[in-house]
Design a protein around this ligand. Sequence first.
Ligand code: IMP
Ligand code: MG
Length: 172
Amino acid sequence: MSDRKVVINKKQIHEKVAALAAQISADYSGKDLILTGVLNGAFIFLADLTRAITIPHQIDFIRVASYGNSDSSSGTITLTKDIELDCKGKHVLLVEDIIDTGATLDWLTNKFNDQDAASVRICALINKKERRISEIPIDYIGFSLERGFLIGYGLDYAQQHRHLPEIYTLQP
Ligand code: IMP
Ligand code: MG
């Protein structure tokens, strides 16, 4: 296996999650919020974020296929698991591990807007800019990165490494 190097450590993740949760709690106070995790990558981030949010909210998950077992996008997006809550009139906050081309979240934003959600916003732990195709507005960003491939804290390479507690780059 290739070597790995920590790029975002536990303390940095913890502090960032707390700051994002405080902002979300203030912004959505008094609103019907559905925290919508994009599986699989967002499961750990969402688990930490939801416990740091101090206002009532619902949680659901959605899954789309776009990557397969590769580190480059296949370019097509298919819905493989929809949310089960009714999002009509509710405020949907999409929670994603990392935004790369932006195609996934562009597609998901349109989907929830078509279903008459009251609002659709995006919270991404990592914003990776180099390969952006869809210039979608990202309302809450944890960390920004120009390029590279990251693993750990939910992020995978070929479905491995999601359990690692910090965020690493894979070194060849
Ligand atoms: P997008 O549609 O190109 O923005 O794809 C975003 C998805 O690609 C993320 O949810 C991840 O599943 C995957 N992805 C992109 N970059 C990375 C990375 O550096 N590590 C792990 N997964 C990544
Ligand atoms: Mg993902």
